[in-house]
Structure formats: C-alpha cells, structure tokens
Design a protein around this ligand. Structure first.
Ligand SMILES: [Zn+2]
Length: 80
C-alpha cells in the first residue's frame, strides 16, 4: 500500500519524500487547494489534497489524500 512519510512545514504545505509513480524520477510535493464546491444550494470552498510531480508535472491523488478529500467534502455537506 502507498503510505509515504509526511512532514509538515511551517507554511502548512505537506512535503512527502516520495517518487512519482508516473515517471519514476520526479519528486512529489503535496499541495492543498481550496476548490469551489456546491451542495444543496450552498456554495463554499473545500480543501482538496493532491501531489504534483516536479519532474513530469502529473497531478496525483493517493489513497491517503483521497480519504482526506472525501472527509472534507462530507464535512462541507454537513454529514459529519
Ligand atoms: Zn513524474
């Protein structure tokens, strides 16, 4: 299972020491981006986690990030 080590920097960006699974050479950097969301007429911003490869530029969402994203979306919807 894909379980990279996570380190939190002072600016809130999470840096993961992981190698890109697409090009096998670039290093992935974790980003958190507030993206617009809409649910039952309400609009807002949901923090979505993803990684960008500094080698090939691929945008990757791993399993841990997917779980975080889903939790954020559910929280936005008021389901939590
Ligand atoms: Zn890459």
């Amino acid at each position: 299972m894909f379980r990279p080590a996570i380190a939190y920097s002072s600016n809130g960006i999470i840096h993961r020491m992981t190698t890109c699974p697409v090009c096998q050479s670039g290093e992935l950097t974790h980003h958190i981006e507030a993206r617009p969301a809409e649910w039952e007429g309400r609009t807002g911003l949901v923090d979505l986690h993803y990684s960008i490869c500094d080698g090939c530029g691929s945008e990757i969402v791993d399993q841990a990030q997917s779980v975080l994203n889903k939790a954020n979306i559910l929280a936005f919807r008021g389901d939590l």
